[in-house]
Design a protein around this ligand. Structure first.
Ligand SMILES: Cc1cc2nc3c(=O)[nH]c(=O)nc-3n(C[C@H](O)[C@H](O)[C@H](O)COP(=O)(O)OP(=O)(O)OC[C@H]3O[C@@H](n4cnc5c(N)ncnc54)[C@H](O)[C@@H]3O)c2cc1C
Length: 246
């Protein structure tokens, strides 16, 4: 049964009207980069809890979450309103298998996210095994608007720290942005435009992690399978490892 840690909000950074990063101070706890916890609030309608990926890397003094506000959602609009000093509970232990230990070796590692699905990858970027295991890491972030491209400074910091090892490829589908691609992921992969923009191969020797919305994951997975990549299962290692947010 899940245990709960009491947390205190230390920051709520609003990237835009419906995207925010919540920082929460708790007693220290261990987790593996890529895992998630549940955040819970006691509300007038009772206790509400939902899963959120940890954005910070293990060992940080605060836990951090990148959350999009779902217009008709129950918990996310309440999390958006939290202010410094407010309380939120965090489930223990952290859960999930969307971690590098579950990913076989490969020529390169594609970390593909839609929206807030970039969170687990940001956590992984702060861990040594990622950089030791993969000579080339390609972080692909697909969003609707430029304002959704959160954490660009942090990503640039890692690019500076590991020159030539990390390629960051934004995809912005609803407005033009220099350096960003503008089509849906399956189309970009099928045509080879993504691989060419990143100057990296995407084939049965690659490893691909997919995180975010269910449509993106389903359609991208189907396209990858048409290129000969296979779903990664414990009993049958493959290339595609998936975390679906809803
Ligand atoms: C393993 C895991 C990790 C997750 N990590 C994150 C995270 O890091 N950041 C994050 O923002 N969310 C994350 N989620 C989604 C999160 O748990 C909630 O589902 C989301 O915040 C909506 O909760 P809600 O109570 O506001 O909406 P609800 O009242 O629960 O549901 C409203 C409906 O909105 C849809 N929905 C859910 N999430 C979204 C979304 N992001 N965009 C559009 N529609 C959506 C679903 O169809 C859902 O039925 C994760 C989910 C899982 C399973």
């Amino acid at each position: 049964m899940a245990q709960w840690l009491s947390g205190t909000v230390t920051d709520n950074h609003h990237w835009h009207a419906n995207l925010f990063s919540l920082k929460v101070k708790t007693d220290a706890f261990s987790f593996t980069a890529g895992q998630f916890v549940r955040l819970a609030l006691n509300t007038a309608d009772g206790r509400l809890q939902r899963a959120y990926s940890l954005v910070n890397s293990p060992g940080s003094a605060e836990q951090e979450f990148l959350v999009s506000t779902v217009a008709e959602g129950k918990l996310s609009p309440m999390l958006q309103q939290l202010k410094m000093g407010d309380s939120v509970e965090i489930s223990q232990p952290a859960s999930g298998f969307f971690v590098l230990d579950e990913v076989p070796d490969g020529d390169n590692l594609w970390l593909i996210a839609s929206g807030t699905g970039i969170g687990p990858y940001l956590s992984m970027l702060g861990t040594h095994p990622l950089w030791q295991r993969f000579a080339r890491i390609i972080l692909v972030h697909s969003v609707r608007t430029v304002a959704d491209l959160a954490y660009r400074e942090l990503i640039a910091h890692y690019q500076h720290q590991y020159p030539g090892q990390l390629h960051y490829q934004p995809i912005v589908t609803r407005e033009a942005h220099a350096g960003a691609l503008d089509k849906r992921l399956p189309q970009l992969i099928q045509s080879g435009e993504l691989q060419s923009a990143c100057q990296q191969s995407l084939n049965a020797k690659s490893q691909v992690m997919l995180c975010g919305n269910p449509d993106m994951i389903r359609d991208t997975k189907t396209t990858l399978e048409s290129l000969g990549l296979k779903k990664n299962l414990r009993r049958q290692p493959g290339n595609i490892t998936v975390e679906q947010y809803w």
